[in-house]
Design a binder for this molecule. Structure first.
Ligand SMILES: Nc1ncnc2c1ncn2[C@@H]1O[C@H](COP(=O)(O)OP(=O)(O)OP(=O)(O)O)[C@@H](O)[C@H]1O
Ligand SMILES: [K+]
Length: 312
């Protein structure tokens, strides 16, 4: 296993984004002409894995895609980014996850997500991936696959003393309380923190309260990301939370910033095990801050070569 041990293993989703830009959103029953179409690689799990890989760690993705053109294409995308694909399964029982997105000239969108093959990732696949999960330095999970699958993967990692990051996105209000107990770092954005705690999280002050509440539920540490205001970090060993501000940048497209932050966090946790969590958050802010300055999701994620040496 030694030569196969991964720094970061992500158990999560792959989605193909089918994006149409049009002057306005069509009404029910209507057909309109758009002016641009493109296909993008998305899905929170895959995004986070690819960001970690681009920073220079050995990564493996554990996911399921369809036995179709989009599935083949996605596997090639992982390979192009140096992500190990032995645990990417293809099924004939569902299509590769897809998000059909229409964006109007005002920047508003209408989106239909069909999770498809993502929902067929289950216990059998986790058992096959157990050697990789149990020998990883860091395991990352989200909620775009079945929550039971995410929880089981986190448990497997936790039982094997693998560091775990859980990103409760997209948020569900009835989150199993066991999720808190099996994650070393619980990392969410403002709206997820609001939904999970019932507190308003509109500013740093309010984020401090929500973070303390999440921490009390049993995780090792909590990070709440706050867009241009950076992030806040809470640790069980310290009563004081820390606001980690970030450098102001001109945002072009913030899509995928949260996933860039988490992929970077996974990279730092795997590579710099003794670095204080707030320093990892400071550096992850910088990486995600680069992603907001370019269009798209994975297309905007920096590689090690794009970033200043002081981040490594
Ligand atoms: N306008 C910005 N300027 C600088 N950094 C930003 C900006 N927006 C986001 N970031 C960086 O990205 C991180 C994640 O952003 P955010 O909290 O908006 O996540 P998110 O809501 O999950 O994002 P998204 O849903 O757009 O992927 C922030 O903690 C910050 O480091
Ligand atoms: K972006």
């Amino acid at each position: 296993m030694a030569e196969k041990a991964f720094d970061v293993v992500v158990v999560g989703s792959c989605m193909t984004d089918l994006v149409s830009q049009a002057p306005r959103l069509p009404k029910a029953g209507e057909t309109i002409h758009g002016h641009k179409f493109f296909i993008g690689f998305g899905g929170k799990g895959a995004n986070q894995c690819i960001q970690a890989a681009r920073l220079g760690v050995k990564t493996a993705m554990v996911c399921k895609v369809g036995k179709d053109f989009f599935g083949d294409n996605y596997i090639q995308n992982f390979k192009d980014n140096g992500v190990h694909t032995d645990f990417v399964w293809q099924t004939s029982d569902a299509a590769t996850g897809a998000a059909s997105i229409t964006v109007n000239d005002a920047g508003e969108n209408a989106i239909v997500i069909v999770a498809g093959a993502n929902m067929l990732l289950g216990r059998a696949e986790l058992q096959e991936a157990l050697p990789a999960i149990s020998h990883a330095k860091v395991l990352v999970c989200q909620l775009e696959v079945s929550p039971q699958t995410s929880l089981e993967a986190l448990r497997m990692a936790h039982d094997n003393k693998v560091k775990t990051i859980f990103n409760p996105a997209p948020a569900i209000s009835d989150l199993d309380p066991d999720f808190y107990r099996v994650c070393d770092v619980f990392c969410c954005n403002e709206s997820e923190a609001e939904l999970l705690t019932g507190f308003s999280v509109a500013n740093v002050e309010e984020a401090l309260q929500a973070g303390q509440e999440l921490l009390k539920r049993g995780c090792g540490a909590v990070i709440i990301t706050l867009g241009p205001q950076g992030s806040v970090v809470f640790k069980t060993q310290e009563s004081a939370s820390k606001h980690v501000p970030t450098t102001a940048v001109t945002a072009v497209d913030t899509t995928g910033a949260g996933d860039s932050f988490i992929g970077a966090l996974a990279f730092y946790m795997a590579n710099y095990s003794t670095m204080p969590l707030e320093e990892m958050a400071r550096r992850a802010n910088q990486v995600a801050g680069v992603s907001v300055q370019a269009a798209g999701t994975q297309t905007s994620y920096p590689t090690k070569q794009d970033l200043p040496d002081e981040l490594f």
